[in-house]
Design a binder for this molecule. Structure first.
Ligand code: HEC
Ligand code: HEC
Length: 360
């Protein structure tokens, strides 16, 4: 227990001391209690350890790459065990501490609930069961001391391992962007005139109704699930031709009839529906934060839009209006060349100076 917390606990009314026990709030984000340092250190070690996968090849950090804003920039969807392409793209873990559910379909509630799942997924770290992983960690002497420091006991358990990974992930905070310093920090010069015009357009065109902002801070996500038309677009494109990975790094395109003759077709991604089985959740995906979006591409749950310009063109056209189940908040809007430039400048101004500087 750190000194401030101890003092704060002794004198419950000392609001100032209690606040000092928290990390100083990053400009633009709500304050967050700092996770215990020993748990963070253990979680970080686990996050980068490839020996946690069945054959020692994959760590969490290989799909959530620190230098690539804790996602993968080079490919649409992450590559998992034995080079198979996953069906969804790896979300950035920057500011994931604030997420109200995990995965594009929200099927896990907390970071602790989420942390052990990739260890067991067949196409991710592919371990047969969690005991196998715990056994492997416990057999490594170098983990005894870190578990002891974090939890007072040298033994790895699923619960301790999940808590440590979650503690590390909660330290991946990246705010203080030009937008934050301008809007919340009241520094008139922190954001360019073009980005300021872009902000007006962002609000005017309804973006902020899902990518929400508060009085004192902004997550740029309502934590809800919406059908934006992205999945309908992907399915329409797949009817024309299908791009698939032959071996890692080598992609090929085939017409759908040929592919159907030689393989079992991928099941379409039903989004949030897969969790709730409610018709209204069909093709709905979690609203992602737009913080650091300039460095987290490619975009959307399947990485199907490559640049932020592509994303803006998609929205300006009103998504896929022929998808009758699309969220009515997605409406076409006029976007002159200057508007497009302004909106791009605004999205770029959401980039934190810390987005790519987390040490390994
Ligand atoms: C093979 C690539 C791969 C590996 C390895 C991997 N992930 Fe992921 N991660 C993904 C993908 C893809 C998703 C999105 C899956 C979905 O939505 O169904 C994801 C989602 C997440 C999320 C949810 C984030 C959000 O905003 O919803 C967290 C947290 C996360 N991973 C943490 C981890 C941790 C911790 C590890 C290691 C124990 C790990 N990942 C290993 C690819 C990977
Ligand atoms: C109806 C709610 C809604 C509205 C309105 C909306 N978005 Fe989105 N946005 C989403 C959802 C949901 C996703 C994720 C879709 C997916 O994964 O397939 C998304 C994804 C994005 C992404 C990609 C982020 C990433 O990391 O992949 C960007 C950029 C974006 N929106 C910008 C905008 C802009 C700019 C506007 C206004 C023109 C806007 N959004 C309006 C809900 C909305």
């Amino acid at each position: 227990m750190n000194l401030y917390r101890l003092l704060a606990a002794l004198c419950a009314s000392c609001a100032i001391l209690a606040a000092a026990a928290q990390k100083p709030a990053a400009v633009g984000l709500p304050p967050l209690a700092a996770p215990p340092a020993a748990q963070v250190a253990l979680g970080k070690k686990l996050f980068f350890d490839r020996r946690l996968s069945i054959n020692g090849t994959l760590s969490c950090a290989m799909c959530h790459v620190p230098e690539q804003a804790f996602t993968v920039n080079e490919i649409r969807t992450a590559v998992g065990m034995e080079g198979v392409s996953l069906r969804r793209s790896a979300p950035t873990l920057l500011n994931v501490a604030y997420a109200t559910s995990m995965f594009h379909d929200g099927r896990a509630k907390t970071l602790e609930d989420q942390a052990l799942q990739p260890l067991l997924e067949d196409d991710e770290m592919a371990n047969p069961d969690i005991e196998t992983v715990m056994h492997r960690i416990n057999a490594m002497k170098e983990y005894h001391e870190p578990y002891k420091k974090a939890f007072g006991n040298t033994r790895a358990t699923p619960e301790r391992t999940a808590r440590a990974l979650a503690a590390y992930e909660r330290t991946l905070i990246a705010a203080n962007s030009p937008f934050d310093r301008w809007h919340y920090g009241k520094d008139a010069n922190a954001m360019s005139a073009t980005a300021r015009r872009g902000f007006v357009l962002f609000v005017k065109n309804g973006c902020a109704s899902c990518h929400t902002m508060g009085e004192k801070n902004a997550l740029f996500s309502d934590g809800q699930f919406h059908n934006t038309g992205v999945q309908a677009r992907t399915e329409a494109l797949n009817k024309q031709s299908v791009t698939y990975t032959l071996v890692p790094g080598l992609q090929s395109t085939m017409d759908p009839e040929t592919l159907a003759r030689i393989s079992v077709p991928d099941q379409d991604d039903l989004g949030r529906y897969e969790v709730t089985k409610q018709r209204r959740d069909l093709r709905a995906f979690k609203t992602p934060t737009l913080r650091n979006v300039s460095v987290t591409g490619p975009y959307m749950h399947d990485g199907s839009l490559t640049t932020l310009g592509d994303v803006l063109d998609f929205y300006a056209a009103g998504g896929i209006p022929s998808d009758k189940a699309q969220d009515p908040l997605i409406q076409p809007f006029a976007m002159a060349a200057q508007d497009r430039e302004d909106l791009l400048a605004f999205l770029n101004a959401l980039t934190s100076p810390d987005a790519r500087t987390f040490p390994r």
